[in-house]
Design a binder for this molecule. Structure first.
Ligand code: G6P
Ligand code: MG
Length: 218
């Protein structure tokens, strides 16, 4: 963040910030891991937050040599489990998420959704909030996923706002790292051990306070 320059845009992550799909992602990976006899649990899943589907699979396989076509099948299967689970239990906005987006718009800030997920368009449509944002950068927009800074830089460029005047809201260690590398001001949502590297942290979106987050820092 550039000192003295006010925040002009808020870049919201999707899974775990705007919506509760993190659990559905976890359950789909757990099912795949169980079927494939791979060791995986809820704690291990924390490291997958924010990573692309391909990167997540690489972590899950933990160095097991698996040929590309088989990797593609595994990713396709995980995505099928994920999408099917959304049919049984549609995604919901997290408490505080809608208020945060509305507060940003009321303050005249530009808004974007910035997510590694290739399902971003589908999830926003299910939530019925796609129209609320000025821009969406998803997992298809750039070749290098989080923790690379590229996705946030892509969104800032699309909004025509310097990244130093963007506030990023993230629940993943990889997302916080990506946003810091990009040069944004970063708010972490979640526990210290996961998002402690952010400039500021709230336990959940229900606690998120836009006014406190955009206040000029000394
Ligand atoms: C987000 C989620 C991850 C997910 C990734 C890719 O970053 O936090 O859990 O693996 O998107 O999602 P996709 O929908 O493309 O598989
Ligand atoms: Mg997330």
């Amino acid at each position: 963040m550039e000192p003295g320059r006010p925040v002009a845009a808020v870049l919201f992550d999707l899974d775990g910030v705007l919506t509760d799909t993190s659990e559905a992602h976890y359950l789909a990976w757990q099912r795949l891991a169980d079927e494939e006899g791979l060791s995986f649990d809820r704690a291990a899943n924390e490291a997958l937050r924010g990573l692309s589907r391909a990167e997540s699979l690489a972590v899950l396989l933990a160095g097991h040599p698996v040929p590309a076509p088989q990797r593609a099948d595994l990713m396709e299967r995980k995505n099928r489990y994920y999408r099917e689970s959304l049919e049984h239990r549609p995604p919901r906005l997290l408490p505080g998420a809608q208020a945060a987006v509305e507060a940003a718009a009321r303050r005249g800030l530009r808004t974007a959704v910035v997510s590694s997920s290739r399902n971003t368009g589908h999830i926003l449509a299910l939530l019925g909030i796609a129209e609320r944002f000025d821009h969406v950068s998803d997992g298809r927009a750039v070749p290098n996923a989080k923790p690379a800074p590229d996705l946030f830089l892509h969104a800032a460029a699309a909004l025509r706002v310097p990244i130093g005047r963007c506030l990023v809201v993230e629940d993943a260690a990889s997302g916080v790292a990506a946003a810091l590398a990009a040069g944004a001001r970063v708010v972490g949502i979640g526990p210290e051990e996961r998002v402690g590297a952010a400039h500021q942290r709230f336990d959940s979106m229900a606690e998120f306070d836009l006014e406190a987050a955009v206040k000029p820092k000394l």
